[in-house]
Design a protein around this ligand. Sequence first.
Ligand code: GLC
Length: 461
Amino acid sequence: MNLKQLPGLCLIAISTLLPVMAVGQNVESNLQNEFAKKAIDNGEQRVYVPSKENLQARKEFEDKRFGIFVVWGFYSVAGQGEWAQTRSNIPFNEYTELASAFYPSRFDAKDWIDLFKEAGAKYMVFTTRHHDGFSMFDSKYTDYDIVDATPFKRDVLKELADECHKQDFGLNLYYSHVDWYRDDYPTGWSANEYANLKKHDDVPYESYYKFMNNQLTELLTNYGKIGAMWFDGVFDHRRDSMDWHFPEQFDLVHKLQPACLIANNHHRQIQYGEDFQIFERDLPGENKSGFGTAGGVSELPLETCQQIINGVWGYHVNKMNCKSPDELIVMLTETSGKGANLLLDVGPRPNGTIPKPAAESLRGLGKWLNKYGETIYETDKGDISGNWGSSTRKGDRLFLHITHRPGNELYLPLGCKVKSAKMFIGGAPVKFDQWKHGIQLQLPEATDGEPVMVIELTTSK
Ligand code: GLC
């Protein structure tokens, strides 16, 4: 029996659950109807009903607005980014040998979390296993991990998790579905002659799938509360050419930690079990990255991941073209203005430290957030954006982040009535005329050295 035969029952099941959903009820009920409809249209049997804890966690996640993405593995020894194995043409046996040269002697979890907090971030995403298949945590299901295969022998994830929990800093985990190491991963397009190609036709996907699920069980059992699982890698196989069995895997994650959010970096429409939507190097709905807009913009929480050093995620010894604090500030205001979190990537060095230019830009962003954080954290998408900048909203307060001062006047076609306007810092009143379809602001002189002019409106909304 499939859902086509059961629409009534399914919708009844959903509607009985809805009253207990304390957070984002309307949004979630729309979402559930959307899922139910989709499932009915496709004749699928599954309808994902997020738990109460999960809905609460989504809200908390959105409120954080800014996180740090740490893309780190022993590939940092090669200093050519996280795709070094296949893109820098390192023979498979030479690549795996690099693990024995990975000794991040200056790694200190506290230093990292202190820096990320100083930057104003509220959570981090750590790469537990990237496409090279190397586990950056102690896994009993492989020896190709940081404890067994490197002289360092320390479970850096454990140290990070302890520090995050101690400092009440969110910990989310990146996990790639791609694997260039194991014999049982069904080879995809990203593998070339530098990946392990002694494979696979006779090996059923089930063996690799079981391995991943075992590791996910370790990650969600041994490291305390995990805010989210951040999956990556579906790009490796053409759409519909492979059944990854995600629904069961995502059910496992939610069974182990019901509040743990799931996101999958696939640039497609939200699928069963996913709790937030990822945009890679794009604001929601844009397509500067070239990954397309097929996923649309869902009602779920949104997160945009961006590189702090242009062109790379993992450490690259030749690339230090770092975004300035001002660029980061503008990026954060634009991202929040779209109602999305900004996940900003750093690629630590092989010695375990964060490259200095990245650390300095992060500190600069943190100084700005110290002053203006109230206009970013716990805000909603703003009512309006344009060539001049963007906005965020908190109740009846609308914060304008003016990044390109258009001159002395700014016309904003707002759908609400404006009661007052003032500079966010200092509170000096800003003159404005209320017109029928908006307001005309008389902008104060730009303040030297400030990358963004922040004006607070109180509105009728
Ligand atoms: C892509 C890349 C991967 C990177 C990730 C970050 O999937 O393959 O290397 O870590 O994007 O979004």
